[in-house]
Design a protein. Structure first.
Length: 174
């Protein structure tokens, strides 16, 4: 019983570990590249790709890039009017969300209309459904879609008309 355990403990350190496997890079005539562990098809050119994946912390740390600090350049202005105009030109809006309706109703006006259950020109179909719920009936003529809401205790019958982009272009009460 002790002999097999002793033999295993002696032989296990001698077994090579598989830290990096051979990877074949197979390049086709049209330039497409395929990586494989089992070799390449005959029609592709075969190269052995070096696969080195060191354990974390086993080598020198790589320093992060240091950003270059540059002073913002402002255009020279002769008087206050020109300075204010230059500052207005420097404003850039990045990442503005487009709702598909030209952002005619945004922010607090949109939220207020949804909470009050009213509809404003420029709202999306999603906004109208948030404010009034799903329509009782819909109709469509060419590119124009209409939501029809029947009268209830809170409000009278309504019709909301959408353009081809799904934006409110008109509303009417019956």
């Amino acid at each position: 019983m002790r002999l097999p355990a002793l033999l295993c403990s002696i032989l296990i350190p001698l077994v090579p570990t598989c830290e990096a496997a051979s990877v074949f890079r197979c390049t086709a005539a049209d330039g497409n590249v395929l990586f494989s562990q089992y070799g390449c098809p005959v029609e592709r050119q075969q190269e052995i790709q070096e696969a080195n994946n060191p354990t974390p912390g086993s080598s020198e740390p790589v320093p992060m890039a240091t950003p270059q600090v540059s002073a913002p350049q402002k255009p020279a202005a002769r008087n206050r009017g020109q300075r204010k105009e230059a500052e207005r030109e420097a404003v850039v809006v990045v990442g503005e969300q487009q709702n598909g309706c030209g952002n005619r109703v945004t922010g607090s006006a949109r939220r207020k209309a949804i909470i009050e259950g009213s509809v404003k020109t420029g709202m999306t179909r999603r906004d109208v459904e948030s404010a009034l719920g799903r329509p009782d009936r819909t109709s469509q003529h060419n590119e124009t879609l209409r939501y029809h809401y029947e009268a209830d205790k809170k409000r009278g019958a309504r019709t909301v008309t959408f353009d081809e982009d799904g934006c409110v272009m008109g509303k009417s009460k019956r």
